[in-house]
Design a binder for this molecule. Sequence first.
Ligand code: UDP
Ligand code: MG
Length: 194
Amino acid sequence: MTNFKEEKTFLMIKPDGVRKGLIGEIIRRVEQRDLKVVALQMFHPTIEQIDEHYPKDEKWIRRLGQKTFATYEKYGLDPLKDFGTNDDLKMGKMVRQWLVDFMTSAPLVKAVIQGVHAVDMVRKIVGPTIPANAEMGTIRGDFSVDSPAQANKEKRAVSNLVHASETPEEAKHEIELWFGNEPVHEYKRFGVDE
Ligand code: UDP
Ligand code: MG
């Protein structure tokens, strides 16, 4: 039988999270939900590492463009006027490049989090991508207020404090990429494992 307590996800505190002094707060919110930190480190990534971290497939890049366009539509903005395109893929490629610039602009904190439905639970704690849409009580909703409406004008990625894997497959890829052969630690959490 699958042991749901063993599910792992990858969490990364982005440059704005580190620079706002939110490392402790973010980890606290994860631990508060009885999820277990099983690996944790501060580091400064290379451009190549970040390029490997974010998916390169067309579907994912288009989705990135679509998230921008959804905000543009909601606020009555015209992407053609701002960016000379309304093509998902072209927009997505621009955002991906800004994302690489952003993610290499300061040290980051990377972590592996373990627990029942770790992937979904951590996404729930983090909140949706665009902070302006994130509910109070989520990390993105409580500590940031960015939107593609503003970020795109400044030719930068949306600052949203944290990265968290969206699926178990994404988690597996990211844990391997960022922790490789480094051991994930095992211990028993009071009240959870005993
Ligand atoms: N992003 C952006 N503009 C957008 C959509 C996303 O700058 O319109 C950035 C944002 O920092 C986001 C990252 O790209 O966290 C990765 O996007 P994804 O759709 O995977 O969102 P996440 O999984 O981080 O919620
Ligand atoms: Mg994502």
